[in-house]
Ligand binder design. Structure first.
Ligand SMILES: Cc1cc2nc3c(=O)[nH]c(=O)nc-3n(C[C@H](O)[C@H](O)[C@H](O)COP(=O)(O)O)c2cc1C
Length: 171
């Protein structure tokens, strides 16, 4: 039966969308910023494009709008603490988030997580604001790969693995 798409009902439905966890990061004039994001996907293959939906009130959006570059770092299960770190409130300064993890630069200058499952270094070619968020479209300029590990998944409001997400739903 159809239900009205009220806030909490919408949230409940989106919690069922299991998502790979990423950190979207950028740098501009010596400042770095990054955030944990699941609203990320592949947009096109040729040429390679990715899409990220980012809150326009946040520090990371503000930095990306100036730098016009971003990295999309695909996290493994071992990155859960890093994911928590990059989604904390503003009590932690943007730069402090980068004191954990090994970060380097590749092509655009955006911070790239050395041991990400894969890290896509992008020029941001479109920023489309809509209400609280903006859709950022990245042209992928460089891809690097870290060790092969199981991906970090976000499901039902917590971090989990693919196997545990299946067990939780079926169990
Ligand atoms: C699992 C998870 C997924 C998230 N996905 C997104 C996302 O796709 N886009 C977004 O703007 N914020 C997302 N957030 C919220 C940001 O990580 C959080 O608000 C962060 O502190 C914002 O940092 P900023 O001020 O540097 O932008 C997510 C948080 C969590 C825990």
């Amino acid at each position: 039966m159809p239900v009205p798409a009220e806030d909490d009902i919408f949230r409940s439905s989106m919690r069922l969308l299991a998502g790979g966890v990423t950190i979207v990061a950028s740098a501009y004039q010596g400042n770095r910023s990054g955030l944990t994001a699941t609203a990320v996907c592949s947009l096109a293959l040729a040429p390679p494009r990715v899409l990220a939906s980012i809150n326009i009130q946040g520090d990371t959006y503000s930095l990306i709008s100036r730098s016009r570059c971003m990295s999309v770092n695909l996290l493994s299960l071992e990155h859960e603490r890093l994911a928590r770190r990059f989604s904390t409130s503003r009590a932690m300064l943007s730069e402090d988030r980068f004191s954990a993890g090994e970060w380097c630069q590749r092509v655009t200058g955006a911070p790239v997580l050395a041991d990400a499952l894969a890290a896509l270094d992008c020029r941001v070619i479109e920023m489309i604001p809509l209400d609280s968020h903006a859709i950022l479209i990245g042209a992928v300029e460089d891809i690097s790969f870290g060790p092969k590990r199981p991906p970090l998944i976000h499901f039902q409001s917590h971090y989990t693995s693919v196997l545990d997400a299946v067990a939780e739903k079926l169990g």
